[in-house]
Structure formats: structure tokens, C-alpha cells
Write a protein that binds this ligand. Structure first.
Ligand SMILES: [Zn+2]
Length: 587
């Protein structure tokens, strides 16, 4: 079965509605703890009540969110999801007194409460985290005031969804041979490399980015709203910058971000070397950013979902039993939605809820890329399984920072397996090219986007209004530096900032793809080389869930992200892969 089975949550809309109503009624009960958190019994009851409420909410949220993603055009499902979001806002409004009140009670008192009851023990880390951020928690009335704005803060991402998904129409283009082609956001990347004529490729790209070009001002205004929102929040809470407000929650040193950004920026020579090699062997007169989808070797190999899965299981052979088991469990029937469907959310993700098996959304297009996507998401789900089974609810939720270690670890594992299996030149080229593409897209491209966010936020901090022109200029400059490519020559490419959902939905998120990629490469290298205890240390990271700060977790597993050398190792591997590729291509 290649569809989600959501029956574990609800089998009918009536049951869902009934539960939602009951839940709404229970929320008010949070008020009875207000003003009493300085007493042990009240504090204990609050913690236990909050845990039960969270679990109840997960059930409602998971059902509404997952079913809505299966068809974003289904208004009934969308309305259901909106209802859950409204309840979520109510919940956060009703509990807005908690953090300020806990701060008033004081760290020592709260920790002494935790000492009294073993059921409270899992909350020690969150209490310690809370007091780490103490200076940014405002007074009771100020927090209440800010919580009123929470529904407003989700508006920009709703706008972005409307602009980029809901209101989107497919573009129909006519190619040089008279053939008509329908282009949409999910098919253009796989269609583009199938056309030999550079003009046809330009047309496909132009059609894919038409929406961003035509609505550039609406996208820019939406993005402005995202950053202004973030600015209002970091200023209200007295952080030095938006970036620091995003990093501090997970205790990530600013240096990790800056070292990554600068190391990538200062090591773009291999990119240019690689692009020159590609241009030569692809026999192109001019190289465009979208030519990255062209393949150096022709392989018409396709992978059905079942084949992709079998390949992954083969790659897992010989690895630690517990690790392999959880990776396999991640792909159990009913928990993976495989096919591309109209209205379905594009891309891929793994979504986990404590107490439930994690769900994977795919848009499997049978390419080698989609096999890598499959193992990537399986890595996330296996991580969730490890964490949920080792951690209590309070510390089960791991950060995205460690999340991407688990996913890219699997990609390296699959790549090595494929490379070992490869017998002919074309297959070897395809796999090396794919590995390099991982470094290009996950390490460099994501760091470029992080750099873009850094620059865009700098404009906001300087009080310079954001518009389509200055946002595009940042991208133009970065692409020129990184790739030596002038993106103003590609119709619509300068609006690439509008094309990346993460920049709108979760600002200062994408850098973690790159830093996690580097950490993962180090950890995988250790496991593969048979460094004593490397697998145990890696499983330790997966099991530790959200019980520690991510930079610590990575360090304990063998990757120190405060050191520039960890990032330079990616550059080193990049050069080695180009050497390998060059040797095969030029022989
Ligand atoms: Zn991921």
C-alpha cells in the first residue's frame, strides 16, 4: 500500500469534530494553575495536565495536518486544518502566563519540585533551557499582549501558500518541435533535462519561474512581512538580531553560522572547476543554473517505489541490527504516501507525533533523486522512532539541526552502496555526479540561501525597505560569487528567493541543512571507517532526541561544528570527487 492510513487517528470527520469540541472545552482548565505554580502540588498537576493535553492535541493536529497535505485544494480539509490552528492559538494564549510565572518562581524552587517527583524529571532540561532564555521572557501582561499577535504572525506563511500553491495554475508552453507541454512546480525539474535544445530548456525554466516573476512584488511584500514580524519579535524580546534570536533557543553559537557561511563563501573554487568540467562534457556553449539538472552520463534507469525500497534495504546490510530495524520500520505500509497527485503538497517530509508511528510524504517520480529522497525521509522517521522509544514526551522532540544528520547519513550510505555495485562507466559517473550534487545543493546552495537571509535581515536592521529589486540583487551577487553565473540572463531566476518555501515559512532554517550535512559526513566517515564505538555514538545521538543542545549532541557523536575544519572536510571531499569524476570522464 502506497497511501497513508490515517485511521489510527480518526475514522470519521464526526469523531474528529467531537474530539475537537471536547478538547476546546478542556483548555480553560489551564487557568486553575495560574498564580499557583509556586506550590509543588499545583506545579506537578500543571506539568502532568500539560502532558496529557499535548498528547490529545497531537492526535487532532496530526489528522488535520496530514489529511490537508494530501489535497491542498480540498476546502473542507483546509477548513478543518484552520480550525485546529485556531485552537492551537487559543492553547498558547491560555498558557501564555506559564513561562513568566515560572521565571518569577525561580530556578532553584522549580528544580527542587522536580527532585520531589520522578514523573517530573524529564522536564529538568526544559526548565534549564527556560532560565537560559530568562532575560528574553517578558512580564505577564507583556507576554499576554504578544500572544494576541500570534495569529497575525502566521498570516505571511498563509499568504505564501496562497501565492505559490493554491492560486497556482499550470503553464502550457510550445516547444521548438511544435509539441505542447504542461509545466508545474513538481514536474519541471525532471522534464527539463530531457530536452536537447537549449531554447526548449530555457522555455521550461521560464515557465516554471513565471509565477515568481509575475508576482514578484506580492512575493516581496510577503517576505517583507515575514522579516518585519521576526524583527518585531526579536526587538520586543531584546535580542541583538533576528539571527541570534533564532540561534539562542538551541544554544547554537553564532560562530557555527558565521564559520559555515564564511567557509563556503571562501571555498568556491571547486564549484567553478566542477562547472567548467560539466560545461565541457555536456558540450554547452553557455552554462545556466538550471543546467545542473543535465546528466553527464545517460542513464534511463528508473526506480519504482518498491525497487527503491529494496535498494535501501540492501544498502543497510551488515550494519548494526537495531539501526537497520528502525530504518525498515520507518517505511512500513500505511505510513508512506508515495505517488504524485493533484493538489498534494509538493516535495517530501517526515512528520512525527509522540505516541504515533511517523508519516512520510513523498512525490516519487522514479528518478535516482527520488530514491535518495526516500532514504532521506526514512532517516528522519527512524530518528523519530529511536527518540520516541528512548525519550519521554518532554525530551522526545529533536531539533532540525540534528534531524538532518540522520537523513543525510542515509544518503551517504546509499551512495557508497550504489558506487560499490556499479560495474559500468555510466553508472559510476551518475553516482559520483549525484554525490557532488549533494554537496552542491545541500552544502553550498543552502549556505548561499542562508547568506541571502543574513543579507536581507541586515537590510531590515538598517531600516531599508525590502522590495523585489534589492532582494534580487542579493541573489544576483551571491550567484556571481559562488558560481560565476549572471542570473539576470535567465528569465525569472533572480526571483529564486520567492521559489524557496523555507525562506518564508521558517527563516534561518536552511543553514542547518549545510551544517548538518558536514556533521553527518564526519559521523558517517567514522562509522564507515570502523572507528571504535562510532555506531554506538551515532545511535546515542538518535536516541538522545531533544534531551541536549544540538551542537553538544553532534560533538558527542564525533562532529565539532565550532571548528572550521569540520566544514573544510566537505570541501576536501568535493575536490576528491571531482578528481575521481575527471579521471573517469577524461579516459
Ligand atoms: Zn530533511
Amino acid at each position: 500500500m502506497s497511501n497513508w492510513n490515517l485511521d489510527v487517528f480518526y475514522t470519521s470527520n464526526e469523531d474528529f469534530e467531537k474530539d475537537l469540541k471536547t478538547f476546546e472545552g478542556k483548555i480553560e482548565a489551564f487557568n486553575k494553575f495560574k498564580g499557583n505554580l509556586n506550590q509543588f502540588e499545583s506545579f506537578r498537576d500543571y506539568i502532568l495536565f500539560d502532558e496529557r493535553t499535548t498528547m490529545d492535541f497531537y492526535k487532532l493536529y496530526a489528522y488535520a495536518h496530514l489529511s490537508s497535505d494530501l489535497n491542498l485544494k480540498d476546502t473542507e480539509k483546509q477548513a478543518r486544518y484552520q480550525k485546529v490552528l485556531i485552537v492551537m492559538n487559543k492553547l498558547s494564549s491560555v498558557t501564555s502566563y506559564v513561562s513568566p510565572e515560572m521565571i518569577k518562581v525561580g530556578k532553584e524552587t522549580l528544580l527542587s519540585f522536580i527532585d520531589k517527583d520522578v514523573r517530573l524529571e524529564p522536564h529538568r532540561f526544559s526548565i534549564e533551557k527556560l532560565f537560559k532564555q530568562q532575560e528574553h521572557v517578558l512580564s505577564d501582561s507583556e507576554e499576554k499582549l504578544l500572544s494576541n499577535f500570534r495569529p497575525v504572525s502566521s498570516v505571511p506563511t498563509q499568504l505564501y501558500t496562497s501565492l505559490s500553491v493554491t492560486d497556482r495554475v499550470d503553464e502550457v508552453i510550445t516547444l521548438s518541435d511544435g509539441q505542447e507541454l504542461t509545466i508545474n512546480t513538481s514536474n519541471w525539474r525532471s522534464l527539463l533535462p530531457t530536452f536537447k535544445d537549449p531554447d526548449d530548456r530555457a522555455k521550461i525554466f521560464s515557465a516554471a519561474f513565471k509565477r515568481y516573476k509575475e508576482n514578484k512584488d506580492a512575493f516581496a511584500a510577503t517576505y517583507n512581512l515575514v522579516l518585519q514580524n521576526m524583527a518585531a519579535s526579536y526587538k520586543s524580546r531584546d535580542y541583538k538580531s533576528a539571527l541570534e534570536s533564532k540561534l539562542e533557543g538551541n544554544d547554537i553559537p553564532l560562530d557555527v553560522f558565521l564559520t559555515l557561511k564564511d567557509t563556503a563563501y571562501n571555498n568556491t573554487a571547486p564549484i567553478k572547476r566542477y562547472l567548467a568540467l560539466r560545461k565541457k562534457h555536456l558540450k554547452l556553449d553557455k552554462y545556466h543554473t538550471y543546467d545542473r539538472f543535465l546528466k553527464l552520463a545517460s542513464s534511463d534507469k528508473t526506480y519504482s517505489y518498491e525497487e527503491a525500497k529494496a535498494l535501501f534495504f540492501e544498502a543497510l546490510e551488515g550494519y548494526d541490527e537495531e539501526f537497520v530495524n528502525n530504518e525498515k520500520r520507518a517505511l512500513e505500509d500505511g505510513y508512506v504516501d508515495v505517488e504524485i497527485k493533484d493538489g498534494k503538497r509538493t516535495g517530501a517530509y517526515s512528520s512525527g507525533f509522540y505516541g504515533y508511528h511517523p508519516y512520510i510524504l513523498l512525490n516519487h517520480d522514479k528518478t535516482l533523486d527520488s530514491v535518495f529522497t526516500l532514504v532521506h525521509e526514512a532517516g528522519h522517521s527512524a530518528h523519530t522512532i529511536f527518540s520516541n522509544e528512548s525519550q519521554p514526551l518532554a525530551t522526545s522532540d529533536y531539533t532540525i539541526f540534528v534531524a538532518e544528520i540522520a537523513s543525510t547519513f542515509n544518503e551517504r550510505l546509499l551512495a557508497d552502496h550504489l558506487l560499490e555495485k556499479a560495474t559500468n562507466k555510466a553508472d559510476k559517473i551518475t553516482i559520483i555526479e549525484n554525490e557532488i550534487d549533494g554537496i552542491m545543493s545541500t552544502f553550498y546552495r543552502q549556505t548561499l540561501f542562508a547568506h541571502y537571509e543574513y543579507e536581507a535581515n541586515k537590510l531590515v536592521e538598517q531600516g531599508i525597505p525590502l522590495n523585489a529589486e534589492n532582494l534580487s540583487q542579493i541573489m544576483i551577487d551571491l550567484y556571481l560569487h559562488y558560481y560565476d553565473l549572471d542570473i539576470t540572463k535567465e528569465d525569472g531566476k533572480q526571483y529564486v528567493w520567492a521559489y524557496i518555501p523555507h525562506l518564508f515559512r521558517t527563516p534561518f532554517y536552511v543553514y542547518q541543512y549545510a551544517s548538518s550535512y558536514a556533521a553527518s559526513l564526519k559521523i558517517y566517515g567514522d562509522v564507515k571507517a570502523g572507528v571504535p564505538n562510532a555506531m554506538e555514538k551515532y545511535k546515542g545521538l538518535l536516541k538522545s532526541g531533544g534531551s541536549d543542545f544540538p551542537v553538544n549532541q553532534a560533538k558527542l557523536a564525533g562532529a565539532d561544528l565550532t571548528k572550521k575544519e569540520t566544514f573544510e572536510a566537505v570541501v576536501c571531499r568535493f575536490n576528491q570527487l571531482i578528481d575521481l569524476l575527471e579521471a573517469i570522464l577524461e579516459n
